[in-house]
Design a protein around this ligand. Structure first.
Ligand SMILES: Cc1cc2nc3c(=O)[nH]c(=O)nc-3n(C[C@H](O)[C@H](O)[C@H](O)COP(=O)(O)OP(=O)(O)OC[C@H]3O[C@@H](n4cnc5c(N)ncnc54)[C@H](O)[C@@H]3O)c2cc1C
Length: 602
């Protein structure tokens, strides 16, 4: 659908042949199925331990890690000149998604992903030489250490960790960080923390915040490990069942001697972090992957669990019970899960492709266009997939009744693993100001305009395809609504009424996300309709003859796949997408009750 293979025609990704791509996808899937999937519950059952100030991970992670390292997976996304495999983001995402069932393990790599990028983009030559090869090879782990007890993502200005400049240009850091994912473990020889702190004397607001590299073991000039840095791992968080992942609290500089190096320009931590997030598809890939796993487990359950007679037999007391999948309410829920997952996945991979095109294209205008689209869509996709993904996982738990409730694995686990995504970078409504400004204001609205144009292109292309014409019309009306909403929100900002879109942050996330998913599903349906028509023609099937059609679908996998795509799009566009009309009406009601209500009146 996305034509990711075309990236191989660019100089940047010319080293990747179709065979390479297929081999990578195959190898990642094999490793995930053979080594990772079987241990996902075992890791949590054994859990992590804190012994003598060192965190130890479940034993089963060691074998998986060595195989993961051997495959070169920790650095698959890193450019080849920096020692990685040089995969485009869209290929990396597809291999990474195979491991989402085991987030405890996966989170060991999410941070390296950001610090490796951080050091390769912002680090001095000395820092690159010192840290990158070992982080990229998976020998050293790394973290992002931002959170403090009083300072979560919505209030980073209250970070109190301080850094004091030394005569040799390095810093000594002091402060307590909490909730640091993979903050310590015996899987790595060394751990490199990316710590958010304020240089002593710098402004007390966000403009005073800087990033620092703080290694667990100091690194000598010749690359060998020196003494242990001055910090203590003081706690191991007890999470909602995710015991295989070491999330720790760290006190840096208890003895006043914690060595740190400035990473990037001083006082610009927030800007750097935001730029890193814009280029990081991690959240969307993982949320969608977990939601997909929840859906597939539920589908299997619905196919095998027999429960009640068919609705058409409701008057027949002797009617036999049939599988859950035959029941109307179950079918609706399943198709809703399927449609959301397929649309979200396409959206996330499209974002990755925008990122890859921005990197690979050499024409400045093209680069700018794809980079802008990536920024706009990552913003929508990240929160939307987190919120909708959690709803899908919740539906999976509900649909498996006591079979889910009496077991921690697998479906409860998916819900548990999706829970933090909504709060990680701050609640969607908390961040909405940033997202809206970015969405509508970036390059004077040109990126938002390009998004509408790309949607329009798909509508035009598939508006003529038999079987999806009406869907294209439905989507076109919502794309026009999106344009109107963009203008409305921009006007709110201009006229000093920014509080209206801010209060409607969450509805706006759903509004924009649903329209994007509708777009992706129409695109898929357009392709599917053509392919299905060709298969029917080839096999002499009259698509209008329902009995023949169904008989054929029961024995032809490809035809069933394309038919499924058509139904996903139809279901979503006819049943879910119209909800955006109500959201638009509600937003334009301009009701500010939530701000007017007195705190005592809640
Ligand atoms: C499993 C897990 C792993 C983590 N790993 C890391 C890590 O590796 N490194 C790291 O630095 N941190 C990590 N964290 C911490 C994480 O970044 C914070 O939990 C997150 O930023 C939310 O902050 P908080 O927990 O202090 O909650 P709060 O700031 O209290 O926010 C909780 C909720 O309240 C609402 N809220 C609060 N303030 C506002 C506001 N101003 N505007 C709008 N809504 C608001 C939002 O709904 C928000 O989701 C991790 C957390 C978890 C659960």
């Amino acid at each position: 659908m996305l034509g990711i293979g075309d990236l191989g025609k660019t100089a940047l990704y010319g080293h990747l042949t179709k065979e390479d791509i297929d081999a990578a996808l195959d190898a990642a899937l094999k490793l995930a199925l053979k080594e990772s999937y079987p241990i996902m519950a075992e890791a949590d059952r054994e859990g992590c331990r804190l012994e003598d100030g060192n965190a130890r991970v479940p034993r089963c992670y060691h074998r998986l890690k060595s195989q993961y390292d051997q495959g070169g997976w920790p650095s698959a996304h890193i450019p080849r000149e920096s020692g990685g495999l040089g995969f485009p983001m869209s290929l990396w995402a597809a291999t990474f998604e195979d491991f989402v069932h085991n987030v405890g393990f996966l989170w060991l790599w999410a941070s390296p992903m950001s610090i490796a990028n951080g050091i390769s983009q912002l680090g001095s030559e000395e820092q690159k030489k010192k840290y990158l090869p070992n982080v990229i090879s998976g020998k050293w782990g790394s973290t992002v250490a931002f959170t403090e007890n009083q300072a979560g993502a919505d209030d980073v200005a209250r970070v109190t960790t301080t850094a004091v400049l030394q005569p040799d240009g390095t810093y000594r850091i002091k402060g307590a960080k909490s909730a640091i994912t993979s903050g310590d473990s015996d899987l790595f020889e060394n751990i490199v923390h990316c710590v958010l702190a304020r240089v002593e004397g710098d402004p007390a607001n966000v403009t005073g915040l800087s990033l620092f590299v703080v290694p667990k073991y100091l690194v000598n000039r010749d690359g060998t490990l020196g003494p242990r840095n001055d910090y203590a791992v003081v706690s191991l968080e007890k999470k909602l069942g995710l015991h295989g992942s070491p999330t720790v609290g760290i006190n840096f500089g208890e003895n006043g001697n914690c060595h740190a190096e400035l990473l990037g320009p001083r006082g610009q931590a927030l800007g750097i972090f935001i730029a890193a997030l814009k280029g990081c598809p991690f959240y969307g890939v993982v949320s969608t992957g977990i939601a997909s796993a929840a859906y597939l487990h539920t589908l299997e359950h619905a196919r095998t669990r027999v429960s009640g007679p068919h609705i058409s037999e409701s008057q027949n007391l002797d009617a036999k019970s049939v599988a859950m999948i035959a029941h109307p309410f179950v079918r609706r829920r399943l198709l809703s899960m399927k449609a959301h997952v397929e649309g979200m996945r396409a959206l996330v991979y499209y974002c990755c492709l925008c990122h890859d095109k921005a990197n690979a294209f050499t024409d400045p205008a093209e680069k700018e266009k794809w980079s802008g689209l990536k920024d706009v869509l990552f913003s929508i996709g990240r929160h939307y997939t987190a919120e909708r993904g959690l709803q899908i996982a919740e539906t999976a738990v509900k649909m498996q009744g006591r079979f889910a409730y009496f077991n921690d694995y697998p479906v409860h686990q998916f819900m548990r693993d999706l829970l933090p995504f909504g709060s990680w970078e701050g609640d969607a409504s908390g961040n909405i100001l940033f997202y809206l400004t970015q969405l509508l204001g970036q390059r004077d609205g040109q990126d938002f305009g390009n998004l509408l144009k790309e949607m329009g292109r798909s509508i035009k292309e598939y508006g003529e395809v038999e079987g999806v014409r009406d869907l294209a019309g439905d989507l076109e009306r919502r794309v026009n609504l999106l344009r109107e909403m963009g203008l409305y929100v921009a006007t709110c900002f201009k006229e000093g009424k920014a509080i209206l879109p801010i209060c409607n942050g969450m509805p706006l996330v759903y509004f924009m996300g649903d329209i994007c998913v509708g777009w992706m599903l129409l695109w898929q349906a357009g392709i599917a309709a053509k392919r299905l028509a060709a298969i029917f023609k080839e096999n002499g099937i009259d698509g209008g003859d329902l009995a023949r059609r169904n008989e054929f679908l029961s024995r032809d996998k490809d035809a069933a796949f394309y038919d499924g795509k058509l139904h996903s799009a139809r279901f979503f566009i006819k049943n879910i997408l119209p909800e955006v009309d109500g959201v638009a009406t509600a937003i334009r009601n301009e009701d500010l009750s939530s701000m007017a209500v007195h705190e005592n009146s809640f």
